[in-house]
Write a protein that binds this ligand. Sequence first.
Ligand code: SIN
Length: 315
Amino acid sequence: MASLATNCAGLVLRNPILSASGTFGHGLEMQHFAPPSCLGGLVSKTVTLKPRHGNPHPRIAETEAGLLNSIGLENRGIEAYLRDVLPQMASADCVVVTNIGGERVEDFAELAACLDARPEVDALEINLSCPNVQGGKLPFSTDPRMAEAVVRGVRAATRKPLFAKLSPNVTDIGEIARAAEAAGADAITAVNTLLGMSVDWRTGKPGINTVMGGYSGAGIKPVALRCAWQCVRSVRIPVIGCGGIATAHDVLEYLVVGCRAVEVGTACFSDPSQLARLAPEIARLLEERGIESIEHLIGTLRTTLPVQPAPAGAR
Ligand code: SIN
């Protein structure tokens, strides 16, 4: 049996597959489809300091090759999360990652401080990249100084491993990844949704109330894969790929470009149980090729470009 275990930001993952934030509840809601024991890790829906109702409906629209959303970080706030959700997560047989979001730089550090003492949480993912709040301005992930300020604040508040989740809606994602690394991030999650829109020409109405929203799913995979690769080339910390992943082949593509793990998101909406089928299928594909460990595949992209990327997570 090929080994799927991998190491990412100091965390031991039984396999490189994590649920992407916002697509799998806060954690255990989907266990009847995909038990935590078949995953490397669970990433929660973004938690904010105060409860948020989210954006007006409609806030989800299906497109030809994916999904548009404008949820607006709906959640019950950190108090409810600490009280009602985290105690259940103690029984999760996989790595538990809490995704945090805020409107001000200080919000992120405050959230990290609230979570720091909680043993149920193995790592924090900093959502720098939600396109559905602050008028879609993405202040924390389009300006490297802002990204750095947020990560630095969180770093000062906790010793837990930190993933910085970046936006693809930038000219040079490598620059933002380097800023997050310099501020103390332990891994980069690449990427969140692309800014998109849809319209019904008959009614003249946009698919979602906010007109623009986050586009995810199969259609974004080439863009997300490119972003992940650019991050791999830009930083020494591990990169976690995210965007358009549905099959075992998709996972392996992200690993070949240098990611040490992946997050599966939109695919969970059509069939959450496919998350549980990915690891056995990956093991089968590796065995077919005579590859003993998934580690042997990470960063093996063959390119004639002069600068070959160092495998992410080299340290
Ligand atoms: C949302 O809640 O609007 C989606 C989350 C995100 O894009 O970060």
